[in-house]
Design a protein around this ligand. Structure first.
Ligand code: ADP
Ligand code: MG
Length: 586
């Protein structure tokens, strides 16, 4: 006797379903990508557990994915032989939202700034089934020993049911079967031709055998009965070719994983498609990639990408912990994408696949942290990433680096602040506006090459925005001598530039700090002395008048057009920094 238990969806799930069901979103196609990617994840987990678990309950049916349209039932069926789900997992995984970033996504969906296409990145890809189905059944059997076959079912209302499903077609070993009851306005997905087109687009890089149930025509030779009627004694019987239609599962993905192939065998198109598939990034194209293999004391293959735009989840939080960027494999087995020590956090925006033969399959965070292999991989990933950035910076098409800088420049600044060992490599990649650069960025190299003979330091000022920074009175003095002044206008700029201190033998100097020494000759020194004498009474008077507001009042020769200026003491915290620190503590 079947007993179905009813559960309410968590409120957020209800919202997601509402948005999906009512969305006028036309690209319903993405449901297949999402559900196949879940099936592949489940196969990944199973493969991982099969090689690491030491019990005897381990199910050895090979992971694979099968897809079939069933027009008679008006259904599309997606089956995998992955890990499957227990009762608790059904409740937690298909009734609640685990990821914290999902709320952001929904807000963005609500106000129209995000696209349903991004759904997979926010841990709610499963619900895209409701783009094409009005009812979904999930029959599943977990690979945990003794797990029963269960069924989850929901017609997209506010609740779902879970029941025993021993009477459904049995699942061998473990796995999951999704039955999508297709809406009347989505009948095109009942054609295997349509499904095939989508699988070719989305699933070429799925690592497990993925097959589609479809008609295939084969040809065979049979005796030609008509023509053989008046066959003479001993004569060879005549044959004819006839078509034969069979329905069967046909493998859709025949390539081996892209990172295992020799680089000159892989086309640009394939690199781009793989990027989209592997990192669930269907909305941008990678700006650059690097595919290499390291041999020697450590053996590994890697494929690195610079994304085309700042990933959505990083636009709210630079180091969002749900945003994973390095997919680690050991001997082709996906281990996880959450090892933080594999790449420094200032490279959080780079996407990578790393496949190593030198790590144990049951590698844990603890083992990995201590392993020398990890630090070698880490160093190499940084080096290759820097190479990509330098390539972009040197590209004839300067718009490429500007785009890169606008997207990811802040990560390079964090690199300079946090990672002393790469400072030298990172500084030449920095770009700032300057007193003479107008709308263009300048680099330290171009700054230095434009310096007049007599200039002994690199000067910068800080300010909120370029206009504000340019209003610093000290700029007049420096520009009148033909010196360029870098403008530090972003919150991270000041800490970054303070970490640099010197470049190519020139000190990097805050032009607004007291005591800016512009190498005076004897005559000017004398002149200054006289001026100080002459105005000492005025200074004293002002110091008394402004008591508590300024530390001291001195005569300056730095101003040309302005009568007076407020500056900070040599050891003071600049106004920008004060504002930044304030912003951090609220
Ligand atoms: P995500 O894949 O980002 O976690 P989804 O909404 O696509 O988000 O899926 C939610 C969860 O449901 C998955 O994390 C997984 O635990 C579970 N799940 C979905 N499909 C399957 C499947 N075919 N086999 C096993 N578990 C699945
Ligand atoms: Mg998913």
């Amino acid at each position: 006797e079947k007993t179905a238990e009813t559960f309410e969806f968590q409120a957020e799930v209800g919202r997601v379903m509402d948005i999906i069901i009512n969305s006028l979103y036309s690209d319903k196609d993405i449901f297949l990508r999402e559900l196949v990617s879940n099936a592949a994840d489940a196969c990944d987990k199973k493969r991982f557990l099969s090689v690491t678990a030491d019990g005897d309950s381990v199910d050895t049916t090979p992971p694979e994915i099968r897809i079939k349209a069933d027009p008679d039932r008006q259904a599309v069926i997606i089956e995998d032989s992955g890990v499957g789900m227990t009762r608790d997992e059904l409740i937690n995984n298909l009734g609640r939202i685990a990821q914290s970033g999902t709320k952001n996504f929904m807000e963005a969906l609500g106000d129209g700034t995000a696209d349903v296409n991004l759904i997979g990145q926010f841990g709610v890809g499963f619900y895209s089934a409701y783009l094409v189905a009005d009812k979904v059944e999930v029959v599943t059997k977990s690979m945990q020993a003794g797990s029963p076959q269960l069924k989850w079912e929901s017609d997209s209302g506010s609740s779902f049911t879970i029941s025993d499903a021993e009477d459904e077609d049995p699942i061998e070993g473990s796995g999951t079967r999704l039955i999508l009851h297709i809406k009347d306005d989505a009948m095109q997905y009942l054609e295997s031709g349509k499904l095939e087109e989508l699988l070719q687009r989305y699933s070429e890089f799925i690592e497990f055998p993925l097959s589609l149930f479809k008609e295939e025509t084969t040809y065979e030779k049979v005796p030609d009965v008509e023509a053989n009627k008046d066959l003479a004694e001993g004569e060879e019987p005549k044959m004819k070719t006839v078509p034969k239609t069979v329905e069967s599962y046909v493998t859709m993905n025949t390539q081996k994983p892209i990172w295992l192939r020799p680089p000159n065998d892989v086309t640009d198109e394939e690199y781009k498609e793989f990027y989209k598939a592997a990192f669930k990034s269907s909305y941008d194209e990678p700006q650059k990639w690097s595919h290499f293999r390291l041999e020697g004391q450590v053996d590994f293959k890697a494929l690195l990408y610079v994304p085309g735009i700042l990933p959505f989840e990083l636009s709210k939080d630079m180091f969002d912990e749900n945003s994973s960027n390095v997919r680690l494999y050991v001997k082709r087995v996906f281990i996880n994408d959450k090892f933080e020590d594999i790449i420094p956090r200032w490279l959080k925006f780079v996407k990578a696949v790393v496949d190593s033969d030198d790590l144990p399959l049951n590698v844990s965070r603890e083992i990995l942290q201590k392993s020398k292999v990890l630090s070698i991989i880490n160093k190499r990933l940084v080096r290759k990433s820097l190479d990509m950035f330098y390539d972009l910076a040197e590209d004839e098409d300067t718009s490429k680096y500007i785009m890169f800088w606008n997207n990811f420049g802040k990560y390079l600044k964090v690199g300079i602040i946090e990672d002393e060992k790469y400072k030298k490599d990172l500084v030449p990649l920095l770009r700032f506006f300057s007193s003479t650069s107008d709308e263009e960025y300048t680099s330290f190299d171009s700054y230095v090459s434009n310096m007049p003979e007599d200039q002994k330091s690199i000067y910068y000022v800080t300010g909120e925005g370029r206009k504000n920074a340019m209003q610093q009175p000290v700029i007049e003095k420096l520009t009148s001598r033909g010196y360029e002044v870098l403008l530090m206008t972003e919150p991270l700029d000041e800490i970054t530039i303070e970490a640099i201190r010197e470049y190519k033998g020139f000190n990097v100097v805050d032009a607004t700090k007291e005591g800016l020494d512009l190498e005076d000759d004897e005559e000017t020194k004398k002149e200054k002395e006289d001026l100080r004498e002459k105005y000492s009474d005025v200074c004293e008077f002002l110091e008394v008048e402004l008591k508590g507001m300024v530390q001291k009042v001195t005569v300056s020769t730095l101003l040309t057009g302005s009568p007076a200026a407020l500056v900070q003491g040599a050891y003071g915290v600049s106004p920008t920094m004060q504002r930044y620190m304030k912003a951090q503590t609220v």
